[in-house]
Write a new protein. Structure first.
Ligand code: ADP
Length: 482
């Protein structure tokens, strides 16, 4: 039973129901229209029959002039009624007051009284024009089609002649018509019953496919799609929209998968970086505990090493906090910063010359950006410290300038540069260049990632270029203050 509750069957039943009602209504309308046409043609035939009979009767009674009263009597006589009746046609003659004068029943039962209408019908026919036809009931309950003709002597109406035939004669013709309509309708219905489930089922097949595909999507198979029917109807559009939705879901899950993957990497890398100093501290503690007597020098050396490791851990944790703060997407609190003054001051504070760098400056005055000074200082510091680490003793040329409607802070060093393999990755979190990896003094690989996250939080970009052996150039581009 549940099967018949499906859309396919509901549409089929609806369609068949509608078709049956339409066929029935069409047949009924057609039957009544045909009946009306038959009534009218039979009525016309009766009228012509009357006209012919009247002419014949006039000829029969002769052309000699007669007084009006005699003529009237002849026109209302049983002789005239007999002349008019023939075959199925019965005749009845009424006087000018609508009273029956005489009748002739040539039809099936000659003794039966003729079918009559209401007296008013006869009076109305005399007063105005008779209607095209009337339906009269006979005493046996049968219906008769009747036409009325007013009889005049001179111009004076003297009575009404009624010619009638039983409608049963007409109904016989209609019966065949009715049977044909019923058989035709049944054939049409049968064909519809056989074909409509197939046609509707075919039209709805994409919907069934969509439902099974939706099931597959829900089960996690995001690559499933439905085949789009060629017709661009509602179902075709639905299939297109369905596939777009499936692609959207697939994409969203792909993005989630990627970000989860990145997060896993990040956590693994961070844990790995933290484990090194922790293992080291645990090692020193272990050594100290195992010794019964610790000489003050060893103790001092161990404590200093542990302090160094803990400082490294603190730096790492601070770097991680900075990174998450700027990557969270929260806008930094900004204020106008005049770059030449700002970078000049930051470089003074870093006193790079004291740390062995050959520092030079070319700071274009008045280039202003809107930035968080604390964060911007970190960018300058990270770049400077990298140059100190990876290009020790080399020249560091700092410049501030304005180009293409943007502000730039640039550092060019004359160090060893960055290898081609490293260059595309140096801004990644925890990425350390080949040389930096085996170097104990190397950082954690977060310095440039932090600089990038800060610059991007200010709607800027940061880039690096380098020819190995020719030094490296880092440029931070920032939007100018309006
Ligand atoms: P780290 O904390 O290791 O310094 P960074 O993210 O600051 O990490 O830098 C990533 C890598 O980029 C470094 O390991 C190094 O190989 C390379 N690098 C950065 N700055 C320079 C530079 N001025 N010259 C050469 N290599 C550099």
């Amino acid at each position: 039973m549940a099967r018949f509750r499906s859309l396919r069957w509901r549409l089929t039943f609806l369609y068949l129901g509608l078709l049956s009602v339409l066929l029935l209504a069409g047949s009924v309308a057609q039957y009544f229209a045909a009946r009306e046409v038959l009534f009218r043609t039979n009525a016309e035939a009766l009228s012509s029959e009357y006209a012919a009979d009247l002419l014949a009767f006039r000829r029969q009674i002769g052309t000699t002039a007669r007084p009006a009263a005699a003529l009237r009597a002849l026109m209302l006589s049983a002789q005239f009624a007999k002349e008019l009746a023939s075959g199925h046609t019965s005749a009845a003659i009424f006087d000018a007051n609508g009273g029956l004068v005489t009748s002739a029943n040539a039809g099936i039962s000659p003794d039966q009284p003729p079918p009559t209408l209401y007296t008013t019908d006869y009076l109305n026919a005399i007063r105005s024009k008779p209607k095209a036809y009337y339906l009269a009931a006979a005493s046996d309950g049968s219906t008769h089609l009747a036409v009325l003709n007013v009889v005049r002597v001179g111009s004076k109406p003297v009575g009404v002649v009624q010619l009638s035939i039983p409608t049963a004669v007409i109904d016989q013709t209609l019966q065949a018509d009715r049977q044909l309509a019923i058989v035709g309708s049944l054939i049409v219905l049968l064909v519809a019953v056989l074909l409509s489930p197939l046609i509707i089922g075919r039209a709805l097949r994409p919907l069934e496919q969509m439902s099974s595909t939706a099931g597959a999507l829900a089960a996690g198979d995001y690559k499933q799609r439905v085949s789009v029917p060629r017709s661009q109807d509602e179902i075709g559009k639905l299939a297109v929209a369905f596939n777009q939705m499936a692609a959207g879901i697939d994409q969203a899950f792909e993005v989630r998968r990627q970000s989860e993957e990145q997060m896993r990497h990040f956590v693994a890398d961070a844990s790995h970086e933290l484990r090194t100093p922790l293992t080291s501290i645990a090692g020193y503690i272990d050594v100290l505990r195992r010794r019964e007597v610790v000489d003050p020098e060893t103790l001092q050396a161990s404590l200093a090493a542990m302090q160094q490791e803990s400082a490294r851990m603190t730096r790492l944790v601070n770097d991680l906090l900075t990174l998450t703060r700027f990557e969270s997407g929260r806008a930094p609190s900004r204020q106008p910063v005049v770059l030449d003054q700002f970078v000049g001051q930051a470089l003074d504070e870093l006193s790079l010359r004291d740390k062995g760098a050959l520092e030079s400056r070319d700071l274009q005055p008045g280039v202003t950006v809107r930035a968080d000074p604390e964060a911007l200082k970190q960018v300058v510091t990270n770049l400077a410290q990298n140059a100190l680490k990876y290009a020790p003793g080399a020249q560091q040329h700092w410049s501030v300038f304005q180009a293409d409607g943007r502000a730039a802070i640039r550092l060019q060093d004359t160090g060893p540069g960055i290898s081609r393999q490293d260059l595309p990755h140096i801004f990644e979190r925890f990425y350390r260049g080949e040389k930096a990896r085996d170097r104990s003094t190397g950082g954690s690989g977060l310095g440039l990632a932090i600089a990038k996250s800060i610059v991007e939080a200010h709607q800027g970009t940061i880039e690096a270029s380098s020819e190995p052996g020719q030094g490296a150039t880092f440029t931070a581009w920032l939007p100018l203050a309006a």
